[in-house]
Structures are given as structure tokens and as C-alpha cells.
Design a protein around this ligand. Structure first.
Ligand SMILES: Nc1nc2c(c(=O)[nH]1)N[C@H]1C(S)=C(S)[C@@H](COP(=O)(O)O)O[C@H]1N2
Ligand SMILES: [Mo]
Length: 258
């Protein structure tokens, strides 16, 4: 096949991933600090190896409309239960606004119609979940890079954090809200989009309405659904568990290259 397959083969031999350790899907991951540190080292190698091999701007494979999966399952949260989200949904997201702040020159909020009036990108890609399923879908949305150019990044900016509307795990300290993060290389990658449509229709609630991230060179859990706020930061340490994402705080790799 293609370069992708070659890269996959190479990586199978060269990295140690959660699945290689026999850890399945969204299980609470091994607490063992040794396992954790091995995963961290392997992760650094994975990211460097992949980027070295494929380059920063290489595109994930795109498919044709005929390849779209008839069934694309929903995973993780399929209906955020907060009062705020329920209210937004009840108003067809007409009052929803994406907040963009942190280390930006011009903090801003964007309504759904504002996002829809910006230049868009449409792509048919395969989504790969660590739980062992894949599906092909068509996504349409605003390139994240274009939005970031609009708000302007401050020089200290290093990561883009996505805050979601769902509290995946109810806890007293509020540490169970879903969030994710990517670095600037992925943020400005042409296929990294804030998607408001799937398979030609407005995004449905199970798939992250009204807006979700697509970051096509990484695994499913990076593709944050139910976006509420984007925060630009210099480091990830001060957010929640400090590992840059809900699942990362529970042991998953931060760089989840496919
Ligand atoms: N906010 C939020 N985003 C999320 C999740 C979630 O539970 N909450 N699950 C993640 C996982 S593990 C996967 S595989 C994909 C699933 O996307 P889908 O429901 O559109 O299939 O969303 C990801 N983004
Ligand atoms: Mo997933």
C-alpha cells in the first residue's frame, strides 16, 4: 500500500503503546509508576519518530465520499447532561459561543453562524479509536490555524487546549471534565479543523454538536467533542491532572499518533 502502511509497520516494531501492553480501550490504566514512565519515554520516541519519518505537514489519508461508513458509532459521552448544555441544545445552539482566550492577542468568541461563514475545509478521513474500531466520515469545519491567526498567538503560546461541555466522570473536585490539547504543529496542520458538520449535515449530539475537533493524525480520544472554550497556554502542567487531557490524566499517551 502506501507510505502509511510502511510507517505503521515500522512503528509497530519500534514503539510501546498502551495496546501493546494489553491495556484495552478506556479502562482505568495501570497506576504502576514504572509502567507509566516507560509509556512516557515510548511516547517521546513515538512522536519524534513519527514526525521525523512523515514530516510536520504530511496529510492523513483522505478517502472518497463512497468510502463513508454507513454506521459511525458514537463513543464516550453521547449526550452531555449539564444544565448549560441542555439549555444550549434546546435553543439549537443559537446562543452557543466558542470562547477563545489565554495567550492570545485578541480574545474573542464565535457564534456557530460566524464559524460557518468563515472559509471551510471538507475532508473524508478515518477515525481510529483505541478501543479497536474505526470508521470513515466526512467532516467540514474551520481550519483551526485560520481561527488562531484571527485571534493572534502571543510569543509564549505553545499548546492549544480544548474545554468540553461534558463532565465525563463526576467528582467532587471537578477533575472529570473532558478536555484535550495539541501542540502548535498540529494546531496549524491543514487537516486540523473545528468541525460543525459530519457527512453533509450539522453535527449531531452524539458526535459532538455543535463543534468538535478533528486532528486527523491522532487517535480518537484527541478529537474533543462539545467544544465550549479554547485556551492557549505555555504549558499543560496547571490544567487538571497536568497531562494535557482527560484520558492522558488517566495514563493515555498525550501524543496519540496513528
Ligand atoms: N468531549 C468529549 N470528547 C470526546 C469523547 C468524550 O467522551 N467527550 N470521547 C473521545 C473518544 S474516546 C472517541 S473515540 C471519539 C468518538 O467520537 P464519536 O463519538 O464521534 O465517534 O470522541 C472523543 N472525544
Ligand atoms: Mo476512543
Amino acid at each position: 500500500m502506501t507510505r502509511l502502511m510502511t510507517r505503521r509497520r515500522f512503528l509497530i516494531g519500534s514503539t510501546l503503546t498502551a495496546s501493546a501492553l494489553g491495556l484495552s480501550g478506556c479502562d482505568a490504566l495501570v497506576e504502576n509508576p514504572k509502567v507509566q514512565s516507560v509509556l512516557k519515554i515510548a511516547e517521546g520516541l513515538t512522536m519524534k519518530t513519527q514526525r521525523l519519518l512523515i514530516g510536520d505537514d504530511t496529510l492523513a489519508r483522505e478517502f472518497s465520499v463512497a468510502d463513508i461508513s454507513p454506521i459511525f458509532r458514537a463513543n464516550g459521552t453521547s449526550m452531555p447532561d449539564s444544565a448549560q448544555y441542555q439549555d444550549l441544545l434546546g435553543r439549537q445552539f443559537q446562543t452557543w459561543q466558542l470562547q477563545v482566550g489565554g495567550l492570545v492577542e485578541r480574545p474573542a468568541s464565535f457564534s456557530l453562524s460566524a464559524l460557518k461563514s468563515m472559509p471551510s475545509r471538507t475532508q473524508v478521513t478515518r477515525h481510529d479509536c483505541v478501543e479497536g474500531w474505526s470508521a470513515i466520515g466526512q467532516w467540514r469545519g474551520v481550519p483551526l490555524g485560520a481561527l488562531l491567526h484571527q485571534v493572534g498567538l502571543k510569543p509564549e503560546a505553545r499548546y492549544i487546549v480544548f474545554h468540553c461541555a461534558d463532565e465525563y466522570e463526576k467528582t467532587l473536585d471537578g477533575s472529570g471534565w473532558y478536555y484535550e490539547s495539541i501542540d502548535l504543529i498540529d494546531a496549524f496542520h491543514p487537516q486540523t479543523i473545528l468541525a460543525y458538520a459530519m457527512n453533509g449535515r450539522d453535527l449531531e449530539v452524539p458526535h459532538g454538536a455543535p463543534l468538535r475537533l478533528r486532528v486527523e493524525r491522532q487517535l480518537g480520544y484527541k478529537h474533543a467533542k462539545y467544544l465550549m472554550r479554547i485556551e492557549v497556554v505555555a504549558n499543560l502542567a496547571s490544567l487538571y491532572g497536568g497531562n494535557g487531557g482527560f484520558w492522558e490524566d488517566r495514563g493515555y499517551e498525550w501524543y496519540a499518533g496513528i
